[in-house]
Design a protein around this ligand. Structure first.
Ligand code: ADP
Ligand code: ZN
Ligand code: ZN
Length: 720
C-alpha cells in the first residue's frame, strides 16, 4: 500500500456479502474511471470485478491498494440501472456490491471487454471492378452491391458462393470485411391481416393511447379475451415512435405460441431467459442496451436490462409467482417493472386473467387504471363450472367414476380432456399395510413421494432420492401400498380406462426436455381426441384449442393451507386451468372434484367469479392486517440445532426499530428441510416507510452464530 493523492481514489462495489464498499487508488498515468465503469480489483487474495460507485469520496482512507485494471471507458449499466441498483440495495437490504454485479450479465462479471459480436460480413471496397474474366466473382460482387453494399458470409454461402469467391474478390481489393456487420437478411414480417378489435379491446387501446407519461394500466381480461392482441397494437405504436419495448413473461418454454405471435407481427424480437448461455445472454443485453434490439421478451431477470430508450413495459400474467426471486436478491420483477416505468415516466401494462391481489388493490385505490375485458375475442364461449362431491366416493388415480364417465363423453364427441392435479410422481406417500411404516425423508421428516417412471422414492422438499423398496423395510412383509395419487398414477388409470386415446403427461418430470415438451404440444395440437394430465404447468400460457373438458382433481388442499396467500394462489390456478377449455368454437366444461362442496371460498369463486372472490379475500386480508394493505417482511433462519436458529431470530428482533408488529419466531410451515430446522419471524408495519426504517439496523448485524443461515425477505411471496 502506498499513500495516494486523494484525487485518485475511487470507491468500488465488489461482489461480497458485506454492506459496505471499498476504496482503491488509480495508479498515476491511468485515466480516472467514470462512475459505473467496471474495474478489476484485488480483494482478500482474489481478483474481483467491481463497479465504481464514487470518485474521490471525502471520507476515503489515504492508504489504499491500487486497482488491477480499468475495464470500461463508460458507465456500463447506465444511469437508470445504476440508480435502480442503489434502490434495490436499500429496499431489499442487499449489499450494493452483490446487487450491482447481479445487474451485470454473467459474462460481464469477468474482466473481458463488452462488445457486440458481429457475424462475418463483407462490404464493397471498389466502385468499378474489372471482373470480366471471373464471372462467379462478378456475380458475387453484384449480389453484394444489390444487397445494399454489405452481406453476411452465411448469406453469401446460402446464395451458392464458395469461400474461394470471397477470397478472390478480397485479394483484389474489391471487397473487404465489414466492421459493423451486415444486417440479417431476415424475411420482412409477413403481412398479417389484423383482427378487427372488439369494443372492449378498442376501449382498452384507447385508454392506453390517451395516457401520458407514467401510466399504469391493469388489463384484467379473462383468458382468450384478446389481451395479447391489445399489447401487440400498443407495442406497434411505441415502436413506430422509435422507442423500445420490454415484455416480461413467466416462462419462455411454455409460451412458444406467444413468441411466435410477436415474431410474426414485428419480425425479430430479442429473447432472454435462463436457458441462454452466458455469451448469448451478454449479446442480447448489449443489443438492448445499444438500442439495436427494439423488443425484449424475457423472464424475471430481463427487468434488470438497461435500454437505450425504453418506451413501454408489459408484464404478461403479472400474478405469476415466477416473477419473485426466492433467493439471494429477493426482488419482484413485477414491482420493479412498476418502479422503472415510474422512474422513466412511461406507460405500463399489467395483464392477467387473475390479477394479483397487490395489483387489484392498487387498481381499487386508483393507483392503476383498471381495464376489463370480459368477453372472449373472436366469439368463443366461456366454459361452465360443475362440482362433483367426492365425499364417500372411491377414487381411482384420483378420479371419481362420474368424472371418468364425463371424460369418456367428451372424448367420444371428438374433444380433448385436460386433467389437472397438482402433484407429480405416482403417489404422495408409501406405507406398509401390515405395520403402518411410512416412507419418510430422514432429512425433512416428511413423506417421500413414490415415483414409477423411473422407480424411486423422492423427497420433493430436499430432492433426496432412494430406491423403491420391494418389501417393508421394517417388518419385511410384502405389504407396501401407494397412498393417494400423483400425475403418473392418474396417467396410468386413464391409460387403462381409455386404451385407444393417447394420454400426455405434462409436469416438471416430463418437461425437463424442451424437445419432448414441444413434441407433446405438437401432438396435442393436431386436435385428435386425447387426454392431458398435468400439474400447474398446464395452467401457464399455453392454449389448447381442442380441450372441451377441464377437470380439477382436488380443489380443497390449497384452500386449507395456512399460508395466507394460499386461497389467492388456488383460485388463480383453478381459473387459469379452466381458461384452457373451450378456446375455439367449442364451449368447454370445467369439473371440480371436492370434499367440501359448501366451502364459501369455492362457491364464491365458482358462483361469482374471480373478481368477487378477490374482493372478499381482500377484505379478509385488510381485517387481518396482511398484504397488500399492510406491508410485510419475513426473517428466516435455519440451523441443524433448531434452538440456534430460533434464538438468532429473537436476537434479530431486538435490533428492529419501533412501530412494528412482530410474530414469532415460529417454526416454518415446512419445519425441517435437509436436516435443518427452520424458523421464521413475520414482521408487518402500518406503512412502507416505517417498515423500511425499522429494518435498517439489520444491516449492522454481525457475528452470526456458526451454522446459522438467515435471510430477510421484503414483500415475501411464500411465507414458509
Ligand atoms: P389473451 O391474451 O387474453 O389470452 P389473445 O390475444 O391470445 O387473448 O386472443 C385469444 C385468441 O383470439 C387468439 O387466437 C387471437 O388471435 C384471437 N383474437 C384476439 N383478438 C381478436 C379479435 N378482435 N377478433 C378475432 N380474434 C381475435
Ligand atoms: Zn411393515
Ligand atoms: Zn427431504
Amino acid at each position: 500500500m502506498t499513500t495516494t493523492e486523494p484525487s485518485r481514489i475511487i470507491r468500488v462495489a465488489v461482489p461480497v456479502p458485506l454492506h459496505r464498499e471499498f476504496d482503491y487508488s488509480v495508479p498515476e498515468g491511468q485515466p480516472l474511471p467514470v462512475i459505473g465503469a467496471r474495474v478489476a480489483v484485488p480483494f482478500s487474495g482474489r481478483k474481483l470485478v467491481g463497479l465504481v460507485v464514487a470518485l474521490n469520496p471525502p471520507d476515503a482512507h489515504d492508504r489504499v491498494r491500487p486497482i488491477g485494471a480499468l475495464l470500461d471507458a463508460e458507465n456500463v449499466l447506465g444511469g437508470e440501472i445504476l440508480g435502480l441498483g442503489r434502490w434495490l440495495s436499500s429496499y431489499y437490504q442487499h449489499p450494493l456490491g452483490e446487487v450491482l454485479t447481479t445487474l451485470l450479465p454473467g459474462a460481464a462479471r469477468r474482466p473481458v471487454p463488452l462488445k457486440i459480436r458481429r457475424p462475418e460480413s463483407w462490404e464493397l471496397a471498389a466502385a468499378e471492378p474489372d471482373l470480366a474474366r471471373a464471372p462467379r466473382q462478378k456475380a458475387l460482387y453484384e449480389l453484394i452491391r444489390t444487397s445494399g453494399g454489405a452481406l453476411r458470409a452465411e448469406d453469401i454461402r446460402a446464395a451458392g458462393f464458395e469461400r474461394t469467391h470471397i477470397r478472390g474478390l478480397a485479394a483484389k481489393g474489391f471487397i473487404r470485411k465489414s466492421e459493423n456487420g451486415a444486417p440479417a437478411r431476415a424475411a420482412a414480417p409477413a403481412e398479417v391481416a389484423l383482427p378487427v378489435l372488439n369494443a372492449e379491446q378498442a376501449a382498452a387501446l384507447e385508454v392506453l393511447e390517451a395516457g401520458r407519461g407514467f401510466h399504469p394500466v391493469l388489463l384484467d381480461g379473462i383468458t382468450g379475451s384478446g389481451k395479447t392482441e391489445v399489447y401487440l397494437r400498443f407495442i406497434a405504436r411505441v415502436l413506430d415512435a422509435g422507442r423500445q419495448v420490454l415484455v416480461l413473461v413467466p416462462e419462455i418454454a411454455l409460451t412458444p405460441q406467444t413468441l411466435a405471435r410477436f415474431e410474426a407481427r414485428f419480425g425479430a424480437a430479442a429473447v432472454m431467459h435462463s436457458n441462454l448461455t452466458d455469451t448469448a445472454r451478454l449479446q442480447v443485453w448489449l443489443k438492448v442496451r445499444s438500442g439495436e434490439a427494439r423488443i425484449l421478451i424475457g423472464t424475471r431477470s430481463a427487468v434488470l436490462t438497461p435500454f437505450a430508450d425504453l418506451g413501454l413495459i408489459v408484464v404478461d400474467e403479472e400474478h405469476d409467482a415466477s416473477f419473485k426471486q426466492t433467493d439471494g436478491l429477493r426482488y419482484s420483477a413485477r414491482d420493479l417493472a412498476v418502479k422503472r416505468a415510474r422512474d422513466l415516466d412511461i406507460p405500463l401494462i399489467l395483464g392477467s386473467a387473475t390479477p394479483s391481489f397487490e395489483s387489484l388493490h392498487n387498481a381499487l385505490v386508483g393507483r392503476y387504471r383498471h381495464v376489463l375485458l370480459t368477453e372472449r375475442a373472436g366469439g368463443a364461449s366461456l366454459p361452465g363450472f360443475q362440482l362433483i362431491d367426492i365425499r364417500g366416493h372411491a377414487l381411482e388415480g384420483g378420479l371419481s367414476e362420474d368424472l371418468i364417465r364425463a371424460i369418456g363423453t367428451h372424448l367420444e364427441a371428438g374433444g380433448q380432456a385436460l386433467v389437472f392435479l397438482n402433484r407429480r410422481g405416482f403417489a404422495p406417500s408409501m406405507v406398509c399395510g401390515h405395520c403402518r411404516w411410512q416412507a419418510r425423508c430422514p432429512g425433512c421428516d416428511w413423506p417421500m413421494t413414490m415415483h414409477q417412471r423411473p422407480p424411486a422414492l423422492i423427497c420433493h422438499h430436499c430432492g433426496r432420492r432412494q430406491g423403491l423398496p420391494e418389501s417393508c423395510p421394517d417388518c419385511g412383509q410384502n405389504a407396501l401400498i401407494a397412498v393417494g395419487s400423483g400425475t403418473q398414477r392418474c396417467e396410468d388409470v386413464l391409460g387403462e380406462r381409455f386404451p385407444d386415446v393417447p394420454v400426455y403427461r405434462i409436469d416438471r418430470d416430463t418437461t425437463r426436455s424442451q424437445r419432448r415438451l414441444e413434441a407433446q404440444l405438437k401432438a396435442i395440437g393436431n386436435g385428435q381426441p386425447a387426454i392431458l394430465v398435468g400439474t400447474q404447468m398446464l395452467a401457464k400460457g399455453h392454449h389448447f384449442p381442442d380441450v372441451t373438458l377441464v377437470a380439477v382433481i382436488n380443489a380443497d388442499g390449497g384452500f386449507m393451507s395456512p399460508d395466507f396467500r394460499a386461497p389467492e394462489r388456488t383460485a388463480q390456478l383453478i381459473v387459469q386451468v379452466a381458461g384452457r377449455a373451450g378456446r375455439a368454437e367449442r364451449a368447454g366444461t370445467v369439473i371440480i372434484q371436492t370434499y367440501q362442496p359448501d366451502s364459501p371460498l369455492l362457491t364464491t369463486l365458482i358462483g361469482d367469479g374471480y373478481r368477487a372472490f378477490a374482493r372478499q379475500e381482500l377484505e379478509t386480508r385488510a381485517a387481518a392486517e396482511l398484504p397488500p394493505h399492510t406491508p410485510m417482511a419475513l426473517l428466516r433462519a435455519e440451523a441443524v440445532q433448531g434452538e440456534d436458529a430460533r434464538r438468532w431470530l429473537e436476537a434479530l428482533a431486538r435490533h428492529l426499530g419501533p412501530g412494528l408488529s412482530v410474530y414469532g419466531p415460529a417454526p416454518a410451515l415446512m419445519p425441517r428441510v435437509a436436516d435443518r430446522l427452520r424458523f421464521q419471524l413475520m414482521i408487518t408495519a402500518p406503512s412502507r416507510r416505517l417498515l423500511h426504517q425499522a429494518l435498517l439496523p439489520l444491516k449492522q448485524v454481525e457475528d452470526v452464530p456458526r451454522g446459522v443461515r438467515w435471510s430477510l425477505d421484503v414483500d415475501p411471496y411464500d411465507t414458509y
